[in-house]
Ligand binder design. Sequence first.
Ligand code: NAI
Length: 267
Amino acid sequence: KVHHTLLMTGAAGGLGTAMRDRLKANCEVLRLSDRSDFGPARAGEEVMLADLADAAAVDAMVKGVNAIVHFGGISLEGPFEPILQANILGVYNLYEAARKHGVKRVVFASSNHVTGYYKQSETITLNHPARPDSLYGVSKAFGEDLSRMYFDRYGIETACVRIGSSFAEPRDRRMLASWLSFDDLHRLVTACLTTPVLGHTAIFGISDNAVAWYDNSAARHVGYVPQDSSDPFREAVYARTPEPDVTDPAVIYQGGGFLFQGEPMTA
Ligand code: NAI
């Protein structure tokens, strides 16, 4: 256990729920936070509810922790105001609190939607510029840049994990390329928390899927080795989903359906 007290935000969400028990192996005390109530603390846990947009609440949430796994925030495309509050103001509040309280390492749940306007026929590296596919993707790109500034200026190390699709199983054909199993997500977070020198880095969060759009070779120092794969699910996913229309932008671009969520765009 490298960290005494580890803070996990977004504890009421899908990934927070999946990681809650797994992350207890990484620390003595797991502090859990969300803006929504998710019930009482269990053994080895602390619960502190906080809205990420509330700087004082975020300060109290961060005080006394040794590292942060930041899952909290708006996780889909939608109206700008909630994204602004949770993902832009919220991530600023988080890093300000980390700076004030001397927290030196953060695992930030970024997203594949930071680079969603690359094509599914391209393999992109961590050195490709951002091409966000949504306001949500832009907010995650903001978090990546903000955390880089906090590294360059204050030495707070961050891994921006560009999570693909982390669900119990791949649900559709796109997820055969983007799938990240819960166990691999835990392996990835653990690698980010324990690698001796993390620095500031992005890393794509995917399992060892045969078809992939991402090249993680610039983040070998993280030491993430996926052990799961979407490949055993391929036949079943093909059987229950229609042939893709290769002229459909949701099939052309890596971001898939996120390109069309939220307000319709005019030319
Ligand atoms: P989720 O939507 O299930 O959970 C997010 C949690 O954040 C929710 O419990 C929500 O109450 C909380 N939250 C939202 N606004 C908040 C605020 N203003 N203050 C405090 N808490 C707030 O999302 P999920 O799937 O668990 O994702 C976790 C993180 O990983 C998110 O940041 C998401 O953007 C990112 N991610 C997830 C992917 C996936 O495949 N599940 C893919 C790419 C990124």
